[in-house]
Design a protein around this ligand. Structure first.
Ligand SMILES: [Zn+2]
Length: 442
């Protein structure tokens, strides 16, 4: 009997989890593609360009600028519990800030293997003090809605939820080039917390022509009210949802690259970020599965799936880190595509530039690469000769270059390659390292 009961409980829980869509980012991008055909390709191109720039920048520049972003909350409520108090909103701001500055207490739970790459993003958030008319504000807009939920069917949930951004059915955005707009509303469906949130990714530079994909009124983040702040809702949601969605808003992707179930661990499905290990699937609730290691578990230097990452689907209790490269990418996107929302730049992150850190391994990055690569050699010896050689899958050489006996060098070259290749770094006649590498025109 007890066994049967446990089985029923277990089944109910997994059913609930299956119903919870968590983040609607994939569906949302599909929806935006129907509105603006080509937007996904453009988002891809911008992603790889930012990634390339941030990877080049992040290695050498002191991360000394602290950016403060102006935030406005639009709270749409139908019943009292949806009209979140100022205290709940402020507690969410605290969670957001702690997560992006890596000052949250649960950072002690980051496994030792990931501590070296766990990063203070150097971005923080403040409720706007001045509204678009120049009047003082609390940074929180509240509005009644006759809708009990913004989701009326299981399919196209994000399409329906977009209504929250309209003046007629929700609350119109404040100037999205000056504020991070966060809409909080009911995204449940038939009592299930179906959709927890979604975000508009950076897809356009400011001042682009009106024919571009700029859709000013939609820029921002939407979250389910039950995910917000320290509150009493006994649900399966997490108040790290907003941390995750703001990550999307600043251009991050899911760490498993949204790989389809039948094509896991394919290097084409990845976030292409070097310090988040390749993962074949999202880490779903319940619990923190520290044994999860979906790809290449037999490789000697393989790392487990980074379930601590905010851009996974693991429960909020497991999430406590962004990586250094994710931080670099968000900062790059912020200053390139969303510079107007920066309210303040300060230099609190320490006047000392980051110390020079010699490479801990011999490698070539970025991966994927297009028009340049950086070669890192661990402990190079001045008298030795070094060489980079790239061959195609048939073993035919397509690029070869003598290297300096230096630990880090950048090679500018329009490789004109596309697809998978093998690179080798030679020390004299010996192969120091050999690995696969993706090239493309990004
Ligand atoms: Zn997501």
């Amino acid at each position: 009997m007890r066994g049967v009961l446990l089985f029923i409980i277990g089944f109910t829980v997994s059913f609930l989890y299956a119903q919870t869509e968590q983040c609607g980012q994939v569906e949302y991008m599909d929806y935006l593609e129907t509105l603006s055909p080509g937007i996904k390709e453009q988002a891809d191109n911008m992603y790889f360009e930012s990634l390339r720039q941030s990877q080049a920048r992040n290695k050498w520049d002191a991360k000394d600028t602290l950016y403060t972003i102006n935030v406005v909350f639009h709270v749409m409520y139908n019943i009292g519990e949806e009209n979140l108090t100022d205290e709940v909103i402020k507690s969410q701001m605290d969670i957001l800030n702690a997560s992006y500055r890596r000052t949250n207490e649960d950072t002690v739970l980051t496994r030792d293997i990931f501590k070296p790459v766990a990063a203070d993003v150097g971005i923080q958030f403040q409720l706007a003090k001045v509204d678009p008319n120049g009047d003082s504000t609390s940074g929180i807009v509240r509005k009644y809605t006759p809708r009990s939920s913004y989701v009326t069917s299981q399919r196209f949930a994000t399409l329906q939820a977009e209504q929250v951004k309209t003046a007629a059915n929700g609350s119109a955005a404040w100037d999205t080039e000056k504020y991070l707009n966060i809409w909080v509303c009911d995204l449940s469906y038939l009592g299930y917390d179906l959709l927890l949130g979604f975000a508009y990714p950076p897809t356009s530079a400011p001042n682009w022509p009106s024919t571009s994909y700029v859709n000013a009124d939609r820029q921002g983040v939407v979250v389910h009210y039950k995910t917000v702040g320290e509150n009493s809702f006994t649900t399966l949601t997490s108040n790290k949802t907003l941390v995750h969605e703001v990550g999307h808003y600043l251009g991050l992707r899911h760490i498993w690259g949204d790989a389809p179930a039948n094509d896991r661990c394919n290097h084409n499905y990845d976030d292409f970020i070097n310090d988040t290990p390749l993962a074949g699937s999202s880490s779903d609730a319940p619990g923190c599965n520290y044994n999860k290691n979906t790809c290449d578990p037999l490789e000697p230097d393989d790392l487990p799936d980074q379930i601590e990452n905010y851009m996974d689907y693991s429960p909020g209790t497991c999430q406590n880190m962004f990586t250094s490269d994710q931080a670099g990418l968000m900062r790059q996107n912020l200053i390139t595509y969303r510079p107007g929302i920066i309210a303040l730049k300060t230099y609190e992150m320490g006047p000392e530039p980051m110390p020079y850190i010699p490479p801990t391994e011999t490698r070539v990055y970025p991966n994927p690469a297009s028009t340049f690569v950086v070669v890192e050699i661990k402990d190079p010896i001045k008298e030795n000769r070094y060489k980079l050689k790239i061959t195609n899958v048939l073993g035919q050489p397509v690029f070869e270059k003598e290297l300096e006996s230096e630990s880090r060098q950048r090679i500018e070259y329009n490789f004109g390659l596309s697809g998978f290749y093998i690179y080798q770094i030679f020390e004299n006649e010996d192969v120091m390292v050999e690995d696969r590498m993706l090239f493309g025109q990004f």
